[in-house]
Design a protein around this ligand. Structure first.
Ligand code: M6R
Length: 614
């Protein structure tokens, strides 16, 4: 999705910092980029279709380098194709207002008609340009830029995060506003910053405030003032973000995805750190989240999530029903919000989201609350909308995830879900002290077990196996029970970064249709089980082999591996923890295949890291 940065300083140019900020936000996905600065009483802008490098090439001969205030944008096309003209910033008719915008202005056509009738000339196909002209026009009657922005926004329906730069003749003004997509602000002694993602501000400060819907912020060097759309002052206290800006680099790895796969031993140790009470064989979350009073009477949990986070949600169903004794429903957020869901009394909605800003997940969780549910969240980003809007929060502590394909965030979500299931089981008396202890001990062993799967020898083996499948026509990932969602995740990972067709299926469903796909051009990746379903998985592998199919067995069941003839081995563990372990070789397999096929692994085509619009 689009990215926004902005800065205003007492002195010294902002251009390099803006471009650096856009570079950090590249991971979100974009198809054009642009900047505007205010310099010597004028707004100067440059924008280019394609990667940020194209924009930087254009900036070498530009006169933008002296501006002390500016805004920047990476665009992911919605209204109008990717082009230089449609890239942001857009200028108002006076040339003294520049605007960057994430989101959609729904009544843009009506507003555009009005502006055209006033003689305004448009140079792009975007909804954003309409808003730039509207703000520019409102300046005539407004006391300052923030007043003009508020007046314009009263005319607008839709959702947006926007930043506006204006030149008054007496110096620049910088204002931002939020209704929907995220926006954060911060200040230091001689500057103030805004960005659509904390990563855009982290190089300057870790003390960051998050705007809420309906907020308008005025940025001045060393100061940020926030009001609501009516102009009434509001306070959004700064939160200390504990991410290290250094973590946003590749640290010598060829891709963020590979770096993040290898971070998993540390990440999982962080997810459980300080949360296990060995003596009570229980789990204690920060801020009293999911404490006895809140969870004893929960009648049902409604998991809401998208993509990879949804797969963590499917695993949550097995864990929470199995250990915590609470019935669980799991829904795609985009389906939940439009299917007229019924919420029984005592329901807790559980949102799972890496970013905490996924539009569908947020909207579905808000709906669940309106319908009477309490709200819990498992999330990676402190201060995100999902975190702020939830009654009970488990932060996954996975650190910044830059690769578009989610890896460490997923395994951390599953670890957090395991902690939650133990907490529920202990609070509700469905899990004995001995059983809880056994699972908590297995959680502690994850670090070393995953380290062993990420050693040089093991990774080389995955690569060799990947080589024999890189030219296949397609893949069918099969799993049973708690490892069925692992099959879904394995298929999603492969398709999103290698563009190969891959489907995930419950292994028991194979004979109801997918078995027709089996031929030598189709690889069947079978995720093994070690529990009561192990025998059934072996039988599924036999069925595939009997039809001349190619099977790759992943997991810790030697018998499955022997029948398949080719395997990626995983250390033995309790069945409850096997989804985390089984996921790791599947991540490596997808990575290796995508790499062999020359794909843009960290920025797969058409994908955005954080989907903040519907
Ligand atoms: O930030 P979220 O966890 O809410 O994002 C949900 C999905 O958009 C995300 O998991 C997506 O499916 C990734 N591309 C998966 O790799």
């Amino acid at each position: 999705m689009c990215g926004i940065v902005g800065a205003i300083r007492n002195q010294g140019p902002v251009l390099a910092g803006l471009v650096e900020g856009l570079r950090v936000l590249e991971y979100r996905g974009y198809d054009s980029a642009g900047v505007a600065v205010s310099d010597e009483g004028k707004i100067k802008s440059a924008k280019r279709q394609g990667r940020l490098d194209n924009l930087e090439a254009r900036l070498t001969d530009s006169s933008l380098e002296n501006g002390v205030a500016g805004i920047g944008h990476t665009r992911w096309a919605t209204h109008g194709p990717p082009s230089d003209e449609n890239a942001h910033p857009h200028l108002g008719a006076s040339g003294c207002v520049a605007l960057v915008h994430n989101g959609i202005i729904e009544n843009w056509a009506e507003l555009k008609g009005e502006l055209l009738a006033d003689g305004v000339r448009f140079v792009s196909d975007t909804d954003t340009e309409v808003l730039a002209h509207l703000i520019d026009r409102e300046r005539a009657d407004a006391s300052d830029l923030s007043d003009a922005v508020r007046r314009a926004l009263r005319r607008v329906s839709g959702y947006y995060a926007l930043a506006v730069l204006a030149e008054t003749g007496d110096g620049p003004e910088l204002v931002c506003a939020r209704q929907g997509p995220p926006l954060a602000v911060a200040f230091v002694d001689d500057a103030a910053y805004l960005a659509s993602d904390v990563l855009g501000i982290l190089p300057h400060t870790r003390e960051i405030s998050f705007l809420e819907d309906g907020d308008v912020a005025v940025l001045r060097p060393g100061d940020v003032q926030i009001t609501d759309f009516g102009g009434k002052s509001v306070v959004r206290p700064a939160q200390a973000i504990d991410w290290d800006p250094e973590d946003t680099g590749k640290g010598g790895w060829p891709h963020y995805m590979l770096k993040e796969i290898h971070e998993q031993p540390d990440v999982l140790a962080r997810t459980i750190q300080g949360r296990i009470d060995d003596e009570a064989a229980d789990v204690v979350f920060e801020d009293g989240a999911f404490a006895n009073d809140a969870v004893r009477d929960v009648a049902r949990i409604q998991v809401i999530a998208c993509g990879t986070a949804l797969h963590a949600g499917y695993i949550a169903r097995y864990l929470i029903e199995g250990l915590g004794g609470v019935p669980v429903d799991v829904d795609y957020a985009s389906e939940f919000r439009y299917r007229g869901p019924r919420i029984v009394p005592g329901t807790m909605a559980l949102a799972i989201s890496q970013s905490g800003e996924t539009a569908d997940t947020l909207a579905a969780t808000r709906l669940a609350r309106e319908l009477g549910a309490s709200v819990g969240a498992i999330c990676n980003v402190a201060g995100s909308s999902q975190v702020r809007e939830s009654d009970h929060v488990i932060l996954t502590h996975a650190g910044p995830e830059i690769g578009v394909a989610s890896t460490k965030a997923f395994t951390a979500q599953v670890a957090a879900v395991t902690l939650l299931a133990v907490r529920l089981g202990r609070a509700r008396g469905t899990l004995s002290k001995e059983d809880a202890s056994a699972i908590l001990n297995e959680l502690k062993l994850l670090r070393t077990r995953i380290e062993s799967m990420l050693g040089e020898h093991a990774v080389d083996h995955v690569r060799r196996v990947a080589q024999s499948h890189a030219e296949q026509r397609g893949f069918l990932f099969l799993g049973r029970g708690i490892n069925y969602p692992v099959a879904l995740e394995g298929a999603l990972k492969l398709k999103e970064i290698s563009y190969m067709h891959a489907e995930g299926y419950p292994a028991g469903e194979m004979k109801h249709g997918p078995i027709a796909l089996i031929d030598p051009g189709m690889t069947i990746v079978s995720v093994s089980s070690t529990g009561p379903l192990a025998e059934k998985v072996r039988a599924n592998i036999e069925q595939v082999k009997a039809r001349g199919g190619v099977v790759l067995s992943v997991g810790s069941d030697p018998e499955s591996h022997a029948i398949a003839g080719q395997s990626l081995e995983v250390p033995a563990s309790s069945e409850w923890l096997s989804p985390i372990l089984n996921t790791v070789p599947l991540q490596l397999l997808s990575y290796a295949i995508a790499d062999m096929r020359g794909c843009d692994i960290d920025k797969p085509r058409n994908l955005a890291k954080s989907v903040t619009v519907e």
